[in-house]
Structures are given as structure tokens and as C-alpha cells.
Design a protein around this ligand. Structure first.
Ligand code: C5P
Length: 241
């Protein structure tokens, strides 16, 4: 493992173009408030706060890209923030954001807008692992539930050995050249990857797992909103936000 030359800038791509249907009816998920602040703003703040991120590129839903750009421009972030139009799938949204990066970016994070409470320490740790020479890095947590594999009729086929499983999160970090090769070479006839590391695995290349963080969970269902509000309230009480 050779240490990457660390002369370039780091960009974070934020796919935020999902509808969030599992959360129930309403605005696109990234715009739904948590503690009165849109989820996307929390996510961009966390990325920018790590100070390892110089540029944030948000992929927003086509019909709200302009209002997202104006909403973000009213905020002050310690990083440059730009908005592009997302695509029909997460993979497509990331690919579109990737195409807009300036030449001087050499490390790229991809972070779901739906993980608004990611601690800045996790962002910093992912960047550090890429800069230390891992070309593809994902944060992951051990799985606590027993996991069963089922067939189409919900009959159990097998119990998977959970000691070898990790629930992976974002931000995921990559050298820019590898992430570009992965997206450029993605087979569009295959099901889209649900994370970017999945594309690297399809190339047969290694992906390095570092410890994830419970607060980097994905806000997907109504229960997750309750959890996120509780975490924010605790952070506020501790004066951390
Ligand atoms: O649907 P899922 O929970 O996997 O979405 C993960 C992230 O991908 C979310 O932040 C969502 O906004 C984003 N996404 C996107 N473009 C899509 C679908 C999802 O940017 N077409």
C-alpha cells in the first residue's frame, strides 16, 4: 500500500436527489427538517466542519435544484458548496456530480444526504485513510442482529455468519482516479450499485473498512427521524451545536 501523494484538494459528493418515499409523503427527503434545519444542511455542515473537505457538490432533485442552491447559498459553510442536478438512481446522481469536479481534486468522498448526523471525526478518518494509501475506504459497523437469508416466500434458507458482516455507511472515500474509472466502466445493464464501494468490488479491487459510527445512520423510516431528533436534542443540551 503506497501512500497517496497529498497535493490535491478533497471534494465531497452528496447524493440528495432521492424522494424518500419510505419516510412518508412530503418534500424530497434531503429537504425535510431535523431540529428545524433541512437534513441536507446538517450533512453539508458535518462534511465542511471536518476541514479536510474543500468542496462539496450536492446532487439535488431536478425540480428543486434551484431552490436547494438558493437555500444553501443563505448558509455559511467553511467549504465551497455547489449544486448540480441528480439522476434517476443514486449511482447516476453520483456520476453526474463526479463529472463536475475541478482538476485539482484528487480525493473524493461520497456521502448520503440521508446521513445528516455523521460526526466530523468520521469524515476526517475516511479522508485520512485514503490519504494514507487505501484507494477505497468505507466505514462499517458490526451487525448486532442475527441475519437470515430467505426465499421468495419468506422461508428461511440460511443463517448468515454475522461475525463476518459489516453494515456500511458513508462517507465512503476514494482516490478520484479510481472512482472515475469505476463510474465510467459501470455496466448500465446491471442493477445500479447502492453504494460506490460496490462498483469498486465489481472491478475486483480491494475496499478497506474502518470503524463506522452509530450516529452516521441513514434516516430512512419515521423511526429514524425520532432517533435523529433525540441525538440533536442531546447535542444541543451539551452545547455541541
Ligand atoms: O434510497 P437510498 O436511501 O439508498 O438513498 C441514499 C442517498 O442517495 C440519499 O441521500 C438520496 O437522496 C440519494 N439519491 C440520489 N438520487 C437518486 C436516489 C437517491 O441522490 N435518484
Amino acid at each position: 500500500m503506497a501512500a497517496a501523494e497529498s497535493t490535491g484538494r478533497t471534494a465531497a459528493l452528496v447524493p440528495a436527489a432521492g424522494r424518500g418515499e419510505r419516510l412518508g409523503p412530503g418534500a424530497p427527503k434531503a429537504l425535510r427538517p431535523l431540529g428545524g434545519v433541512p437534513m441536507l444542511v446538517h450533512a453539508v455542515r458535518a462534511l465542511a466542519a471536518s476541514r479536510t473537505v474543500d468542496l462539496v457538490v450536492v446532487a439535488a432533485p431536478e425540480d428543486t435544484a434551484e431552490s436547494v442552491a438558493s437555500m444553501l447559498s443563505e448558509q455559511s459553510f467553511p467549504a465551497e458548496v455547489v449544486v448540480v442536478t441528480g439522476g434517476d438512481t443514486r449511482q447516476d446522481s453520483v456520476a453526474r456530480a463526479l463529472l463536475t469536479l475541478p482538476d485539482d481534486v484528487d480525493v473524493v468522498l461520497v456521502h448520503d444526504a440521508a446521513r445528516p448526523l455523521v460526526p466530523e471525526e468520521l469524515v476526517t478518518a475516511v479522508v485520512a485513510a485514503v490519504r494514507a494509501g487505501h484507494q477505497a475506504v468505507v466505514p462499517g459497523l458490526a451487525v448486532v442482529d442475527t441475519i437470515k437469508q430467505v426465499d421468495a416466500s419468506d422461508a428461511v434458507v440460511a443463517t448468515v455468519d454475522r461475525s463476518s458482516l459489516r453494515a456500511v455507511q458513508t462517507p465512503q472515500g476514494f482516490t478520484r482516479s479510481l472512482l472515475q474509472r469505476a463510474h465510467a466502466g459501470a455496466d448500465l445493464d446491471e442493477a445500479p450499485a447502492t453504494d460506490d464501494a460496490g462498483l469498486i468490488e465489481r472491478m475486483g479491487l480491494p475496499v478497506h473498512v474502518i470503524p463506522g459510527h452509530e450516529e452516521a445512520f441513514k434516516v430512512t423510516r419515521p423511526f429514524d427521524v425520532v432517533m435523529a431528533e433525540a441525538i440533536l436534542a442531546r447535542r444541543r443540551a451539551a452545547g455541541a451545536v
